[in-house]
Design a protein around this ligand. Structure first.
Ligand SMILES: [Zn+2]
Length: 492
């Protein structure tokens, strides 16, 4: 809140009531604009309802009868992050300031008014390429307020919220400009098609590199950021998964930007992923803390999530996901409760099973924090129909582990250990219709019947083997193949 000067000798009562009404209305507008609620990492980011904050502000105004007339805050810095579906601008503030945001069209602009704020930031380093922003302007308004104007090359869906001072981060105002054409929808459709229509479909593993962008996660010696380490491990993991026949990785983030925690888990459900793995590195004030851990959802987290699902079941179309999606909207409360409970119980059992395999694999070359899968109510783990684990790859705050986490060799070992646990699990529990199920039912030997449009190179690519391996296994001399011909594909 801004620093305020007590007014004196004026008809306070009327002014206060007017302030109360205006401020409350602004709160309602703010709350509406923030309707897509911002989920956040529990430790790094903390957001409060703007409506509630505004109400508190209004009540305080009423009680003390004040008028903001002093420049109490200033914008000290501006940073910019580009994500695949939105652009994020972060304004560092010397102290919290009330803000209003509105759109203007012809030409497209976004206006942000900040009460009692001065502008002291340098903006010449900002790179607006690949963003809808063409320019950032600022000016004074009502002598003491700041007006920021973003000139845009195209319309966007803006959202704004404030972040409170936390650790070494100042108070911040965050503006997210969501692209209107949702590029993510296309990816979702493509993946759904491949997983649904092919009889030998890939097992889809969602790889979630924790944190990102504004949220660095834990910070190790030499300002080694968790967000960077876990992105590197996740990219290794993606490569290992994509290199294995029958498996496919989907990344939650592939660059340095933040994705809301609820959206991370939601994406896994939207694409009907078979598994979700979130990659993190631990941090603690005591540099001696060490060891890797694996987490699954806690019983308590599962119970509260089930209650939430049942409370909103009328709005959901296919709550129990997977191959035979079951709608809950037409079920009575008792049956819906049983179905959600069954789904959550099975999912949690799978998460614990796969988590245990991953943990054992990691324990072969790195120290473990605990020798069993731990359970916690992390937001990203709350899917009731996608087995989900969170891997803490080690303590970034421990000098020795930090050095390891910063090395390519160790990251590669971690990625291989995580994937081999996942692979083992799916070979023991192959999803119906998957390539793995099919390969198992053929005792590891694959027979490919040539269809129209097949070429040796497309078949080799499909099974991730070389053309020469196929030729050798089938005693083929030339490159000629015919429709209906059966080829043996050696197990890779
Ligand atoms: Zn983390």
């Amino acid at each position: 809140m801004t620093e305020q000067v007590l007014a004196s000798g004026r008809p306070h009562a009327i002014k206060c009531i007017v302030t109360f009404i205006i401020v409350t209305l602004v709160g309602v507008v703010n709350a509406t604009m923030n309707s897509r609620w911002y989920a956040h990492h529990s430790r790094a980011l903390s957001v409060k309802s703007p409506l509630r904050l505004t109400m508190v502000f209004a009540v305080v105004s009423f009680l003390f009868s004040v008028s903001p007339s002093v420049l109490a805050s200033s914008v000290e810095g501006v940073r910019l992050w580009r994500a695949p579906d939105h652009t994020r601008l972060v304004f560092d503030l010397s102290s919290p300031a009330e803000h209003k945001l509105f759109r203007l069209t012809n030409p497209e602009r976004l206006v942000i008014d900040l009460e009692g704020t001065a502008f002291k930031a340098a903006t010449n380093e900002l790179d607006f390429s690949n963003t809808p922003i063409s320019r950032l302007r600022h000016g004074k308004r009502n002598k003491q307020d700041l007006r920021l104007v973003l000139d845009l090359s195209q319309a966007t869906n803006p959202r704004s919220f404030s972040l409170k001072k936390h650790a070494d981060k100042p108070d911040r105002l965050v503006i997210d400009l969501y692209d209107i054409e949702a590029s993510t929808i296309k990816t979702v459709e493509t993946i759904q098609q491949t997983t649904k229509t092919s009889p030998k479909s890939d097992i889809v593993i969602v790889v979630d590199a924790g944190h990102g962008g504004e949220d660095p996660g834990s910070i190790g010696p030499g300002r080694l950021f968790e967000k960077d380490v876990v992105l590197a491990v996740s990219k290794e993991l993606q490569a290992v998964i994509d290199n294995e026949p029958g498996f496919k990785a989907v990344m939650i983030r592939s660059g340095d930007y933040y994705v809301e925690n609820v959206q991370r888990r939601k994406k896994a459900r939207d694409i009907r992923a078979h598994m979700f793995v979130s990659v993190h590195a631990d941090g603690f004030t005591d540099a001696r803390a060490k060891g890797a851990s694996v987490f699954a959802l806690s019983r308590r987290g599962a119970t509260s999530q089930m209650a939430r699902i049942l409370a909103s079941k009328a709005n959901e179309s296919d709550l129990i996901g997977g191959a035979g999606s079951v709608s809950l909207s037409d079920k009575d409360d008792v049956l819906a409760g049983v179905l959600v409970d069954l789904s959550m119980t099975a999912t949690l059992a799978s998460s614990l099973d796969v988590g245990d395999r991953v943990l054992k694999n990691m324990g072969r070359f790195t120290r473990l924090h605990k020798n069993h899968v731990e359970q916690a109510a992390f937001i990203v783990l709350k899917s009731h129909d996608v087995p989900s684990i969170l891997v803490e790859t080690g303590f970034i705050t421990n000098p020795e582990e930090s050095r390891k986490l910063n090395s390519h060799g160790h990251r590669s070992k971690l990625a291989n250990a995580i994937f081999s646990g996942i692979k083992d699990y799916f070979y023991d529990n192959p999803p119906e219709g998957s390539y793995v199920a099919w390969k198992k039912s053929n005792n590891g030997e694959i027979i490919h019947t040539i269809a129209k449009g097949d070429t040796l190179s497309s078949i080799a690519k499909r099974y991730k083997v070389s053309i020469s391996t196929i030729k050798e296994a089938n005693s083929l001399d030339g490159a000629t193949i015919r429709i209906g011909q059966r080829l043996t594909i050696p197990a890779s």
